[in-house]
Design a protein around this ligand. Structure first.
Ligand code: FPP
Length: 244
């Protein structure tokens, strides 16, 4: 962990561009997803080196089910194999892995692997790696609201006290720092229903680089850019200057 405010505590990434990366090479889209796995390794390594506390990756959105079934199948297969291949290495690097999203829709084999990866690495503290699968920002807000209603029904929460502070603990990633830096690769400038609540004050960084081409240099550029931002959290620049 670092206390340097120029280093983000929590980085989130929309890993976009696998399909185009493959097409440019005359290959099927799944070739790009496989190459994307290497960039995931680069990102984890980068965060460990820079002592970033939390890395959150958008691996599969609730909308990605609309893709052709062979692509969805190949992605599931890739996740399964990645889990088998990478978890020991992540564990030896003290990475705590968590899967965030509606996990119940995944097949038994994948769900078992996800749960056992989470169980195996739960005591680690070098880096929190959140992999968002079957995740959507609106889904997250809705599931938090549902949990809050259940707490009201149990008599544990007064509905009149429901506000940003009392809803926050029900959101995914509530026990982790808010996102400081959101990176999207692949040239599109949108959030695509990724973390909505958690990025309220995040700095946004967009790059044209396609995800499989992302390496340490690309991530270093994102961090350099972040270090130059003035984060005001609603205050004026004069207030910020006075406080520092
Ligand atoms: C977006 O690119 C990428 C995805 C929907 C899948 C992300 C998966 C990986 C990076 C594979 C490895 C991940 C893990 C966690 C092991 P796209 O297909 O939308 O690309 P395009 O915009 O060029 O079509």
């Amino acid at each position: 962990m670092t206390t340097d405010p120029r280093i983000p505590r929590h980085v989130a990434i929309v890993m976009d561009g696998n399909g185009r990366w493959a097409r440019r090479r005359g290959q099927p889209r799944n070739f790009g997803h496989r190459a994307g796995q290497k960039a995931v390794r680069e990102a984890v390594e980068f965060c460990l080196r820079r002592k970033i506390e939390t890395l959150t990756l958008f691996a599969f959105s609730s909308e990605n089910w609309k893709r052709p079934s062979d692509e969805v199948g190949a992605l599931m297969d890739l996740f399964l194999r990645a889990l088998d291949k990478e978890v020991d290495e992540l564990h030896s690097n003290e990475v705590r892995v968590r899967f965030i999203g509606g996990l119940s829709v995944f097949n038994e084999a994948l769900r078992t692997r996800m749960l056992s990866a989470m169980e195996k690495t739960r005591g680690n503290s070098a880096l929190d790696l959140n992999v968002c699968v079957n995740y959507g920002g609106r889904w997250d807000i809705a599931q938090a609201a549902r949990q809050a209603v259940e707490a009201v029904q149990r008599g544990e929460l007064d509905p009149r006290s429901l506000d940003e502070t009392t809803l926050a603990p029900f959101m995914c990633l509530a026990d982790q720092p808010p996102v400081d830096l959101l990176i999207r690769t692949g040239g599109e400038h949108r959030i695509s229903n990724f973390l909505l609540w958690q990025i309220a004050y995040a700095e946004l960084y967009f790059t044209d680089t396609l995800w499989p081409d992302v390496d340490q240099d690309e991530l270093a550029r994102a961090l350099e850019n972040y270090a130059r931002r003035e984060r005001r959290f609603g205050r004026t620049d004069a207030q910020i200057a006075k406080a520092s």
